[in-house]
Write a protein that binds this ligand. Structure first.
Ligand code: NAD
Length: 355
């Protein structure tokens, strides 16, 4: 198995590397600069890996900064505290930011790195499966506004993504299961062989067989890297990564971000998107059946959409679609997807009957 995947972006290229021990990697990066390093993480991750973090805090140029849990941490207030701390500690242009956490830590640490002194280098150490297969790759950084998620941000690439899969041993099962939505998504939209691999290894994946999970992570990194390398700024191809997300995001807002994890909402969103691809697009019955069978293998909390009209308003309110036709991702076949502007809100409403 390859332990390095290159994200090919010309001068902004970097490697995603499978590493054995994040502590060694942090030490290496810290000794590569004479300036300061800001290691950003969260209290519960710090507590779970206390010995390693305490060890790292003894390095003279390593500063540890803890941010809050959850979406509220992705705010202007946290960003200001991070950059103020960097300024207080005399960070300069050759300082480094090290993001050790899930998507929340990665998004805000990357954003803070992108604006401090107009940009300092940062490294992603993803600790959740979602971050390993998705959010740490591709340079999307950002914070939330009251009006919606990820409304302020930049595309700003890390200089490296270092994946230590040992972190997964402490990740709650529900978080791991939810992240598998993004894993399955890559098979649907881009790679039939990878879809078959998931189907054939589903029990190993659900039982956390680490060899299989590492292979899955590597393949996801290769796919995401291919897509981002071709379309860094999401002009076209990168949009296929939104498969299942239009309805998934509406489910998250409809349930006030309280009932479902992001990946769980995406599982439901993909169910609807598959229905629409089959009924109104080119996805044949056989592929549709196999896709639904795979999705049925994942445990999901129950979801009740009692008022479909109110729900549709959440789809319409998606900031990405304001005043435009909805750009919906459909599958033509397993492993092949496209952007469609032909899906109507009534058809989306109809697809909710599959939930
Ligand atoms: N930048 C992108 O391209 C991109 C893509 C997808 C999602 N995102 C963003 O990612 C965020 C979601 O990321 P997430 O699912 O990783 O959630 P998260 O970062 O909130 O992490 C989930 C929970 O797991 C804990 N945790 C993290 N690692 C752990 C470990 N190894 N052991 C035990 N607990 C651990 C965290 O402290 C948190 O409580 C959202 O804000 C979303 O907008 C960004």
């Amino acid at each position: 198995m390859a332990n390095k995947v290159k994200v090919d972006l010309g001068n902004n290229s970097y490697n995603i590397t499978m590493i054995e021990d994040f502590k060694d990697s942090v030490k290496r990066f810290a000794s590569s600069t004479e300036s300061q390093c800001m290691l950003i993480t969260q209290e519960n991750i710090f507590d779970l890996y206390k010995n390693q973090f305490n060890d790292l805090s003894n390095i003279s140029n390593v500063n540890i900064f803890l941010i809050d849990e959850g979406e509220k941490a992705k705010s202007f207030d946290s960003t200001i505290s991070i950059v103020n701390e960097m300024a207080d500690k005399r960070f300069d242009r050759s300082s480094l930011v090290l993001a050790i956490g899930g998507g929340v830590v990665g998004d805000i640490a990357g954003f803070a790195a992108s604006i401090y002194m107009r940009g300092v280098k940062y490294i992603q150490y993803p600790t959740t499966l979602l971050a390993m297969v998705d959010s740490s790759i591709g340079g999307k950084t950002g914070i939330n506004l009251e009006d919606g998620k990820n409304l302020v941000g930049r595309i700003y690439q890390p200089i490296a993504v270092e994946i230590d899969t040992n972190f997964l041993s402490t990740l709650p099962k529900r978080e791991l299961n939810a992240a598998l939505a993004e894993v399955v998504k890559y098979g649907f939209i881009y790679d039939r062989e990878f879809f078959d691999y998931i189907v054939n290894n589903i029990s190993e994946i659900n039982n956390r067989n680490l060899d299989v999970i590492q292979e899955v992570i590597t393949q996801c990194c290769e796919i995401k890297s291919d897509i981002v390398s071709e379309d860094e700024n999401e002009d076209e191809l990168r949009m296929i990564l939104n498969f299942g997300h239009t309805i998934g995001h509406a489910i998250e807002s409809f349930t006030k971000y309280e009932e479902l994890l992001h990946g769980e909402a995406i599982f439901y969103g993909m169910k609807c998107a598959l229905y629409l691809s089959n009924k109104f697009g080119d996805l044949n019955n056989d592929d549709y059946k196999q896709s639904c069978q795979l999705l049925s293998k994942f445990d999901l909390p129950s979801l009740k959409i009692d008022n479909k009209d109110i729900f549709i308003n959440f789809v319409k309110n998606d900031k990405k679609f304001r005043g435009e036709n909805i750009r919906f991702i459909l599958l033509d076949e397993i492993g092949k997807s496209r952007i469609s502007e032909d899906i109507s809100f009534d058809q989306i409403k109809e697809s909710l009957s599959t939930l």
